[in-house]
Design a protein around this ligand. Structure first.
Ligand SMILES: *Cc1c(COP(=O)(O)O)cnc(C)c1O
Length: 406
């Protein structure tokens, strides 16, 4: 069992009140709260060694650089990458996917195919659409089964020798479905295609091992793993990153600049890190990873799943009018639901008045909403610091507001 009370003490925001109620924060899939160590790491940078990285001969710049590069090595180890140069710091998952979609499609030919799934976040749809439009590529979409699992037979049928990339989410931010990404990467490779995995919802809950997964790119965001906003990670296989052209041009990413042409580019990972990185947040990302490791990712996931099971068991017993979206066995503890025909927004507003933070709407997954046949859902997503008492108070609140909504 986790010592949740002790863990909660590390998160300053959890002691605040909302409209006079104790805050119950169940919007973790959008952004998780941050422990004191992460806040302190940011403050520490500004107070102790604030200076731009890489170009400095002076002490502060060297310290800032060392902090950033130590973080890169720790991130690599954390996701099972052997080579720290394969870790590219980005602004987040979105930027990582845009980078890959922009760079790996430049040598594609009209008619080449990209396979996505209908459960993707807009971040793993729109960058591919932009590239497809530019290059005349064709996008194919894998459907889902009734329980929210991916239709793997359809995926096998869609991936063919024209497929150049299969881009799939590790975990659905709406349904909680955990996709068989190793198997999907294998299918992609059997057809000579690449596989990108959107790890924004995978990294907060599961041990990531990119080598075992066998994918070519894995991306995630700091703010969903108890870390700072403004920083994310793109991991890519070295030989692919080396072949890819740069994404953005600017300082830090060059080897030698010549006018009017002839500029050469820096080695990995700097080739993909144009401009000044968020060197204040990057060391704080390391503290987020250390926090997760100090608790243990398996213990975190087990705790969240216990909360999820408790909530869904009570809903089944007490709230027959609640519809839950995503019921695959072994799913990630993300609860998407609607109370009868009530609009998700109304439910969210009433919960907010009771100090309960949930997310409502389409969750940046409009194609999925279309398949589910609803404009949006209410989403309650768990984290390590949520308690059984909060789970009960959440269901109590649903029981209280359900009659108002119908
Ligand atoms: C949040 C999320 C993203 C986008 O992450 P950003 O940090 O906003 O770039 C992409 N995919 C999934 C599955 C997400 O949950």
């Amino acid at each position: 069992m986790l010592d949740v009370e002790n863990i909660r003490k590390q998160f300053p925001i959890l002691s605040r009140k909302v409209y006079g109620h104790d805050l119950i924060y169940l919007d973790n899939a959008a952004s998780a709260q941050v422990p004191r160590s992460v806040i302190d790491a940011i403050t520490h940078t500004y107070a102790k060694h604030h200076a731009n990285v890489h170009r400095g001969v002076h002490c502060l710049s060297q310290e800032a650089t060392a902090e950033q590069e130590l973080t890169r090595r720790e991130v690599a180890a954390w996701i099972g990458a052997t080579d720290a140069a394969e870790i590219i710091f980005t602004r987040g998952t979105t930027e990582g996917i845009n980078l890959v979609a922009s760079c790996i499609t430049r040598d594609m030919r009209p008619g080449d195919e990209i396979v996505l799934t209908v459960m993707e976040h807009h971040s793993n749809i729109v960058p591919w659409q932009l590239a497809a439009k530019q290059r005349g590529l064709v996008i194919k979409v894998v459907p889902i089964n009734a329980d929210g699992s991916l239709d793997m037979d359809a995926l096998r049928a869609l991936v063919c020798d024209r497929t150049r990339v299969v881009a799939v989410t590790h975990v659905s931010n709406v349904l909680g479905t955990v996709n068989p990404v190793a198997e999907i990467a294998g299918i992609a490779h059997d057809h000579g295609a690449l596989c990108l995995v959107d790890g924004a919802q995978g990294a907060p809950h599961y041990k990531i091992d990119v080598a075992a997964m066998g994918c070519d790119f894995y991306v995630f965001s700091g703010h969903k793993i108890y870390g700072p906003t403004g920083v994310g990670v793109l991991w890519g296989r070295r030989e692919l990153l080396e072949q890819m052209p740069p994404y953005q041009g600017g300082g830090e990413m060059i080897d030698h600049v010549l006018l009017p042409e002839g500029t050469t580019f820096a080695e990995l990972p700097f080739k993909f890190e144009a401009g000044t990185p968020d060197y204040a947040s990057i060391p704080a990302l390391r503290e987020a990873i250390r926090f997760i490791d100090s608790v243990g990712i398996d213990a975190i996931e087990a705790h969240e799943t216990a909360l999820y099971r408790h909530i869904t068991a009570r809903i089944a017993a007490e709230l027959p009018q609640v519809r839950i979206f995503g019921t695959t066995p072994g799913k990630c503890p993300v609860l998407s639901f609607l109370i009868g025909d009530a609009h998700s927004y109304d439910t969210g507003v009433l919960l907010d008045k009771l100090g309960i933070a949930v997310r409502t709407g389409h969750h940046c997954a409009q194609p999925l909403m279309q398949v589910l046949g609803v404009p949006g859902t209410v989403r309650a997503s768990m984290a390590v610091y949520n308690t059984m008492d909060e789970a009960d108070r959440f269901v109590d609140a649903l029981v209280r507001i359900a009659p108002i909504l119908s």
